[in-house]
Design a protein around this ligand. Structure first.
Ligand SMILES: [Zn+2]
Length: 145
């Protein structure tokens, strides 16, 4: 999560909503990293999780991220939760909860929907305060500025 937070700070520094993510393989090796880059890329799918999963898939040369862990500072939205299922990610670890749009337990629980044939394991609330603080600071500054 510390590495994911570093990514989130990178987003913060360039004026993107500070969410960061990393992907670890089965042995804990870092194979993907990224942060929210929707403004820079003008890409609606530029969420941290998507960027990190693309990076990991490119590292592996395969779309299947079986046995991998996606670590992200904010609870994934429906798109990213869905993508983690599509990528067959083994585990999703997240920091802050997203009560307004979270799809891994808050508003929806896409990754543990029994109707889907793949359900990643979930670990929620890891370093949640640090992850949330960065977002709070970002939006507070934006209101002032
Ligand atoms: Zn997302």
């Amino acid at each position: 999560m510390r590495r994911a937070l570093e990514e989130a700070r990178r987003a913060f520094d360039v004026g993107e909503v500070p969410v960061g993510a990393v992907v670890l393989d089965g042995s804990g090796e870092l194979i993907g990293a990224g942060h929210n880059d929707r403004e820079r890329t003008a890409d609606p799918t530029g969420h941290a999780e998507m960027v990190a999963m693309r990076d990991a898939a490119s590292t592996l040369g395969a779309w299947r991220l079986s046995g991998c862990t996606l670590v992200v500072t904010l609870e994934p939205c429906t798109m990213c939760a869905g993508a983690s299922v599509q990528a067959r990610v083994g585990r999703v670890v997240y920091g802050a909860v997203d009560l307004k749009g979270g799809a891994v337990g808050s508003l929806w629980d896409v990754v543990r929907d029994r109707r889907l044939n793949h359900r990643p394991e979930v670990v929620a609330g890891v370093m949640a305060d640090e992850c949330a603080a960065l977002l709070t600071e970002f939006f507070a500054r934006r209101r002032v500025g």
